[in-house]
Design a protein around this ligand. Structure first.
Ligand code: FCB
Length: 439
């Protein structure tokens, strides 16, 4: 595997998962602070209140990235640090933190990829309906503008949203993430509003920082029929529509997939004039988050799904099948079926039950997972996919949302009692891999 010389190797994190310091320097509450404080929502009652204390340790974390030879780092900005009430009065201390972070990264020769929204919506906006309220879309564009004005001269790569599927469906239909709603009509309206807000934010970014490259980050799950019956084939098609096409088609084809539109029936979103044009704004890149596939069969009601287990496959601690072929096929499909712009793998990685020993963390399975997925990405490039870089999820063990701290995705182990960072074997392997690629 020889990747192109200018291929970017990096790692990813997000604000609420690592920063902590939730009450510092004027940060307002986010929907995740509230969700975590709601009994029964997050494993062990955990929260991001302290997390990896990255807000105070960012300089040490940059040095860590440097020691691993990372060329790029994907992080997100916490909206409630910039606008504690979501809109209105800007909090300069919040912007200063990200300015210090970005300047530190640049000084270390690490290219930043900044995500504007990785799920920590200001609670004040949620109180007014959150993403279901069209006013939030304008507030998001104003927030994008404020961050771009400050950092647009230094950050080249900008992503609007991280994983609209999770923001809309997982959080508003399935109730698993903040704000924990279970209303399909609401969820589909949120999915549409998010895509519109993405277009508005792209316009705002380009107006305030003309030289940047901007895009969105989507998550994909490859769908394979879970049996040989016609209805299994149809269920896999439908799952692909539910997970992948519902977001890809409007962005790249200008309309929602007809089969899903029919299935959703009365639950479909209301679309306003100009919405589809905003959603289709050209992008400089598409971020691809990929972890697994599902073996899909129909549920009882023709709407839901059931999933088979592959007895031959390896599963991660998330109970996700290790299936690198899905990454290869997805990247190729984005190129062939959607004429996608340049692609970045913005997240890929695995949680395993790591054990810290005096000799470090022997996470051979994570290393094998990464190696197999790098190979898949390489194969996709041989098949024409315009892949430009790869961000491993995650730099650090961190707050894994509803799973709290129970699931460790880091290539670097975090001892939460002491906040000590210990590179796992996978991190040392990645360091050597990057060095070889650059040699
Ligand atoms: C993705 C999220 C990321 C992380 C990984 C495991 O859905 O974007 O924050 O939690 O999953």
């Amino acid at each position: 595997m020889r990747f192109p010389r200018d291929f970017l190797w990096g790692a990813a994190t997000s604000s609420y998962q690592i920063e902590g310091a939730v009450q510092e320097d004027g940060r307002g509450p986010s929907i995740w602070d509230i969700f975590c404080a709601t009994p029964g929502k997050v494993y062990g009652g955990h929260s991001g209140a302290i997390a990896c204390d990255h807000y105070h340790r960012y300089a040490e974390d940059i040095a860590l990235m440097q020691s691993l030879g990372l060329q790029a780092y994907r992080f997100s900005v916490a909206w409630p640090r910039i606008f504690p009430q979501g809109r209105g009065k800007l909090n300069p201390a919040g912007l200063s933190f990200y300015e210090r972070l970005v300047d530190g990264l640049l000084a270390a020769n690490i290219a930043p990829l900044l995500t504007l929204y990785h799920w920590d919506l200001p609670q004040a906006l949620q109180d007014q309906g959150g993403w279901a309220n069209r006013d939030t879309l304008m507030a998001f564009a104003d927030y994008a503008d404020a961050v771009a004005r400050r950092l647009g001269d230094r950050v080249k790569l900008w992503a609007t949203h991280n994983e609209p599927w999770c923001i809309a469906i997982l959080s508003h239909a399935l109730g698993k993430h903040a704000p924990g709603k279970t209303d399909w009509k609401l969820a589909l309206q949120v999915s549409h509003n998010l895509l519109v807000s993405h277009g508005l934010a792209l316009d705002a970014l380009r107006a305030s920082a003309s030289a940047i490259q901007a895009g969105i980050v989507l998550n994909f799950t490859w769908a394979t029929p879970g049996g040989d019956r016609q209805e299994d084939e149809e269920a896999a098609q439908r799952y692909d529509g539910f997970f992948n096409r519902w977001f890809l088609d409007p962005l790249f084809k200008g309309s929602y997939p007809q089969d899903m539109w029919d299935i959703y029936g009365a639950r479909v979103p209301r679309i306003e004039a100009d919405d589809m044009a905003l959603i289709q704004r050209p992008m400089d890149f598409l971020g691809v988050n990929y972890y697994t596939r599902e073996l899909v069969r129909p549920g009882q009601d023709g709407f839901s799904f059931r999933f088979e287990r592959n007895p031959k496959a390896e599963y991660t601690a998330m109970n996700w099948e290790v299936y690198p072929q899905g990454l290869e096929d997805m990247l190729v499909r984005l190129h062939e079926d959607y004429s996608a712009p340049p692609l970045y793998v913005t997240e890929n990685g695995a949680a395993f039950d790591d054990v810290l020993t005096p000799g470090g963390v022997r996470d051979a399975r994570r290393r094998a997972y990464l190696e197999a997925h790098f190979q898949a990405a390489y194969n996709a490039m041989q098949r024409g996919a315009p892949l430009r870089g790869y961000f491993v999820w995650s730099l650090l063990d961190n707050f894994e949302w509803a799973e709290g701290y129970a699931k460790r995705f880091g290539i670097v182990y975090v001892d939460y009692k002491t906040q000590k960072r210990i590179p796992k074997d996978s991190a040392l392997w990645y360091r050597d891999f990057i060095a070889q690629q650059r040699a």
